[in-house]
Design a protein around this ligand. Structure first.
Ligand code: ATP
Ligand code: MG
Length: 332
């Protein structure tokens, strides 16, 4: 089976439904056709300040939500990035073949460092894409499903793999990004032109997977729409309603036109009530399962340890080859 790698940062107590629709649903569907590695990328989360106890908790919670959303830890390798030491080690080697200017062209770094300011911008934030390249290349990954926000980082990964291969001999599979469909992009309910995000400044427009269903329903009822009053998809002039239609379609498995037909001649109130029902029905069992897993952290930790051992075996083989190729002396 071809290899697949993807991951998410444990940057909040709960994932948001954009993570679910844009990533987890696709991961779940892909996991049987690929040898899939899904990581909770806690080392990446450290690129911005974290409270240590909270980070540990968020890491468990993120893993629990992967499983609750249908990632099978017996089928896929679902592990915590820091449990596999090779990630940090390969990142170091790759950083030595990455150009300073090349890394400086990453737009996510430019955006984030502008947002945090120079004093709060760490070197780790700058080298983040190199660590991401290590994540992917360690597993000899064929495909990387990512949102288009991550496309540039996968391009860098490909460049580094090709550069290493040509300088030191064939070592890495050159991975290919699989960019999520635009229809899988979810926007903030209060600000429907910017994407829904775990680390949004206000959470009024964010639907959390683990939130109380009544709270999510309320947020949907308050979602920003427009004055036209007709349920119709038009991303340009009706971003709010279009976003709600995207969520409705993704979670119900229906096509947008069929939903438009159902609500033709009815107000936004009815439509939002219908959507709230769809969202609550989808997330009630996911939330229950995640909370059940979190009730037994020792069992969850055991699952993560087993999966990390599987990941370790593959990662160590790659790292060993890399160390040999670049000329590091083997410890006997
Ligand atoms: P953060 O604010 O910490 O960056 P995030 O919500 O953007 O959090 P990430 O951990 O950066 O989440 O991304 C995890 C996965 O979810 C990625 O595959 C990303 O493309 C996808 N994703 C994130 N937000 C959305 C969204 N609004 N719609 C669709 N997919 C999304
Ligand atoms: Mg993000």
């Amino acid at each position: 089976k071809p290899r697949l790698y993807s991951g998410m940062q444990p940057s909040a107590d709960s994932l948001q439904i954009g993570n679910y629709i844009g990533a987890l649903l696709q991961w779940r569907d892909l996991q049987s056709s690929y040898d899939a590695y899904f990581s909770v990328v806690d080392l990446h989360a450290l690129t911005v300040a974290q409270d240590p106890a909270e980070l540990r908790e968020k890491t468990r919670r993120t893993a629990a939500q992967y499983i609750a959303a249908g990632i099978e830890p017996s089928l896929s390798t679902l592990y915590v990035q820091s449990h596999v030491r090779a990630h940090a080690e390969l990142a170091w080697i790759l950083s030595t073949i990455t150009g300073f200017g090349e890394a400086g062209r990453m737009t996510q770094f430019k955006d984030k460092s502008a947002r945090y300011g120079a004093d709060a911008t760490s070197v780790g934030l700058f080298t983040y894409p190199v660590l991401m390249a290590a994540d992917i290349l360690l597993y000899q990954t064929d495909v990387v499903p990512v949102g288009d926000d991550q496309k540039q980082h996968v391009e860098l990964t490909r460049d580094l793999a090709e550069r290493f291969n040509s300088r030191f001999g064939e070592t890495f599979v050159v991975p290919r990004p699989v960019i999520q469909k635009d229809t899988a992009r979810i926007y903030d309910l209060q600000n429907p032109t910017s994407k829904m995000s775990k680390s949004a400044e206000s959470d009024a427009g964010v639907l959390w997977m683990l939130d109380d269903p009544a709270k999510s329903a309320k947020k949907i009822m308050r979602a920003v729409t427009d004055n036209e009053g007709s349920v119709r998809f038009d991303r340009e002039s009706k971003p709010g309603v279009s976003n709600l239609l995207t969520i409705y379609a993704a979670l119900s498995g229906r096509q947008v036109p069929s939903i438009e037909d159902e609500y033709a001649g009815r107000g936004y109130g009815d439509f939002k009530k219908g959507l709230a029902e769809v969202v609550v029905n989808e997330f009630e069992p996911v939330r229950a399962r995640a909370l059940e897993l979190l009730d037994d952290p020792a069992e969850l930790d055991r699952i993560l340890a087993q999966n990390a051992a599987r990941a370790d075996a593959v990662a160590d083989a790659t790292l060993g080859a890399v160390y040999d190729r670049v000329g590091l002396l083997r410890r006997v």
